[in-house]
Design a protein around this ligand. Structure first.
Ligand SMILES: *[C@@H]1O[C@H](CO)[C@@H](O)[C@H](O)[C@H]1NC(C)=O
Ligand SMILES: *[C@@H]1O[C@H](CO)[C@@H](O)[C@H](O)[C@H]1NC(C)=O
Ligand SMILES: *[C@@H]1O[C@H](CO)[C@@H](O)[C@H](O)[C@H]1NC(C)=O
Ligand SMILES: *[C@@H]1O[C@H](CO)[C@@H](O)[C@H](O)[C@H]1NC(C)=O
Ligand SMILES: *[C@@H]1O[C@H](CO)[C@@H](O)[C@H](O)[C@H]1NC(C)=O
Ligand SMILES: *[C@@H]1O[C@H](CO)[C@@H](O)[C@H](O)[C@H]1NC(C)=O
Ligand SMILES: CC(=O)N[C@H]1CO[C@H](CO)[C@@H](O)[C@@H]1O
Length: 333
């Protein structure tokens, strides 16, 4: 597979001739990111992918029309396809999840009506950023595992617990990855994908423990909790309706778990991101919306470490950019 890719990429690479400058950039990047490769072939392949990404970054950042910049980061030697496979949720799993979620949501129609009512009477703040209230824990790193859904859910519970209980505690994503599984009655599949709503359902029954008691290890293991009194339990949650106003009014109350298309988020550095293909949205990543600015851009907490984006955060263009309004979840009690 790698060899084949080298053969395919080789002419491309010679065509754009590898300069000393590019090689230096690669050496610096690979020592910073402590890259270790299986063999010379893989190293050569990774270098070529890196050079292509470097070229893309140069072109993007030299266009003054772009509202955001991109840069080298931990994903810079991955192809788009590898990034999707290793970091994002699998499409067939997401499709499966969405079916289950829409069924659950219809059971809670009375709750949905309540939010719509609230959003009409609520006076929205011009802007809101829950970091300013101290309601957001440090940015985490999910690693090469599509467990974003557990990070989105844990972050949602952490913020709600802070708002309700005035203590900011990191909760255990690993507990969710290991225990929110089909064998326990939930549609969620570890590093392949899952849904925050099942994490809430699970935590409401069993309780979610803290990060230091059940640390994150970047792979799925056997569920290692017993009993039903393991920590924080959300009591009630709702699906937020899919308009900007509804998401804004929800954000006036607390952060919101959102699902997005992150296909093109890999190399985001800073600015207002609007780089999704809006005509072809595939929901494949879960994050936490933590506010919006005066122009209506959304503020997002991601789980790709604080080296990614704006110290781990992102500003996403207003409206339904990357499908952010599609599938939103908020704890209400
Ligand atoms: C920037 O946008 C303007 C106006 O739409 C366009 O004429 C110009 O070609 C764009 N520049 C680049 C480098 O894409
Ligand atoms: C499960 O948890 C117990 C107690 O917290 C710990 O001693 C044990 O090593 C854990 N087992 C695994 C497989 O992680
Ligand atoms: C809520 O706050 C109390 C007092 O600060 C603390 O003991 C308790 O652990 C907190 N609950 C959670 C779930 O963090
Ligand atoms: C928004 O939700 C309504 C029903 O609540 C649905 O009919 C509509 O298709 C949704 N729109 C989008 C863009 O998801
Ligand atoms: C739509 O997006 C998916 C996933 O990113 C991709 O595989 C597919 O080729 C895209 N389709 C078109 C028509 O661009
Ligand atoms: C997008 O959001 C901006 C700012 O909130 C608003 O002015 C604009 O009308 C919106 N555009 C669409 C197409 O909804
Ligand atoms: C997603 C969600 O809110 N599910 C709830 C829907 O309503 C039933 C019955 O009240 C609850 O059991 C679910 O947890």
């Amino acid at each position: 597979m790698i060899l084949l890719s080298i053969i395919v990429l080789m002419p491309l690479c010679f065509a754009q001739d590898i300069s000393i400058e590019k090689l230096l950039a690669y050496n610096k990047w690979s020592s910073q990111h402590q890259r270790v490769y299986l063999n010379e072939d893989e190293k050569l392949f990774r270098q070529m992918v890196f050079f292509e990404n470097l070229q893309k970054i140069k072109e993007h950042n030299s266009n003054p029309n772009n509202t955001y910049s991109i840069h080298l980061n931990q994903f810079s030697d991955m192809t788009k396809q590898e990034f999707a496979e290793k970091i994002l949720m699998k499409q067939n799993i997401v499709d499966h999840l969405m079916k289950g979620i829409s069924q659950e949501a219809t059971h809670n129609d009375t709750n949905n009506k309540e939010t719509q009512l609230n959003s009409k009477s609520l006076i929205l703040a011009d802007s809101i950023d829950w970091r300013e209230q101290g309601a957001i824990t440090t940015v985490k790193n999910q690693g090469n595992c599509g467990s974003c859904w557990s990070f989105s859910a844990a972050a949602l519970m952490e913020s709600f617990n802070f708002i309700q209980n005035n203590t900011l505690v990191d909760f255990s994503e690993q507990q969710l990855v290991d225990c929110v599984i089909p064998a326990n009655g939930y549609y969620s599949y570890g590093c392949s994908g899952g849904a925050a709503v099942y994490c809430l359902d699970y935590a409401s029954k069993v309780g979610i423990t803290t990060l230091d008691k059940y640390p994150y290890v970047r792979i799925q293991k056997n569920c290692n909790v017993t009993g039903t009194n393991n920590g924080y339990k959300p009591k009630q949650w709702i699906k937020v309706p899919n308009t900007s106003n509804d998401l804004k009014s929800a954000l006036n109350f607390s952060p919101v778990s959102v699902v997005v298309d992150a296909t093109n988020w890999d190399n985001y550095e800073s600015g207002i991101f609007n780089g999704c293909d809006q005509s072809n949205i595939s929901l494949n990543h879960a994050v936490l919306a933590i506010g919006y600015d005066q122009q209506g851009n959304w503020i997002i907490k991601n789980s790709w470490s604080h080296y990614w984006g704006e110290n781990g955060f992102m500003r996403l263009a207003a409206n339904n950019t990357c499908g952010i309004l599609s599938n939103n979840l908020q704890i209400t009690a």
